[in-house]
Ligand binder design. Structure first.
Ligand SMILES: [Zn+2]
Length: 182
């Protein structure tokens, strides 16, 4: 499935909503689903849950980062505007909270990419521990695995990461880089 330029979490959210939730309309697909192909139905529900879960999490995050205060603006109707709204709602907060927000947005972006079949995005991050480029996505265990043998524990078990950990590491590195460049 070709997804074009999917470089931002917001763009991925838009593409998932547009192409993955109800691709090509529901007619023939719905018929097939009714007959036997339950995976198709399950996938579509997965996508729906994914979208709803992402937006709900962003909404809750805006509130919790602002200590429960009601948002200045209601959440926009367009899904792809969710992150812009979340950033605007929390742009007055200290750096620690803004980094926590950015890590959630980034982690959602990774989840979007994986859902869209672009798990290779994981390889484009250094391992948070050994800082080499050997990360892969284990789709069965739903975790990130470092293939560097030197990174494994004493029993040879590879180091693993959650998407949350990978996103937090990415945002931390990004902020250090920004700090160093200025
Ligand atoms: Zn490693």
């Amino acid at each position: 499935m070709h997804s074009g330029d999917t470089s931002t979490p917001a763009e991925r959210l838009r593409l998932i909503d547009k192409y993955f939730l109800a691709p090509g309309g529901g007619g023939p697909r719905a018929e097939r689903t009714a007959r036997a192909t339950e995976p198709a139905a399950a996938l579509r529900l997965d996508v729906y849950d994914h979208l709803r879960g992402s937006v709900d999490e962003a909404t809750e995050l805006a509130k919790s980062l602002c200590d429960g205060a009601e948002p200045y603006e209601p959440r926009p109707a367009k899904l792809e505007d969710t992150y812009r709204w979340l950033v605007e709602e929390t742009s007055h907060l200290d750096q620690r909270r803004q980094m926590a927000r950015d890590a959630v947005i980034y982690r959602q972006g990774l989840q979007h990419a994986i859902l869209m079949g672009d798990a290779d995005i994981i390889c484009r991050h250094p391992c948070p521990d050994c800082v080499t480029w050997g990360l892969v996505w284990d789709r069965h265990r739903e975790q990130v695995v470092c293939r560097n043998h030197h990174c494994a524990d004493d029993d040879g078990r590879p180091t693993t990461w959650t998407l949350k950990q990978l996103a937090e590491d990415h945002i931390a590195r990004k902020n250090h880089l920004v700090a160093r460049a200025t």
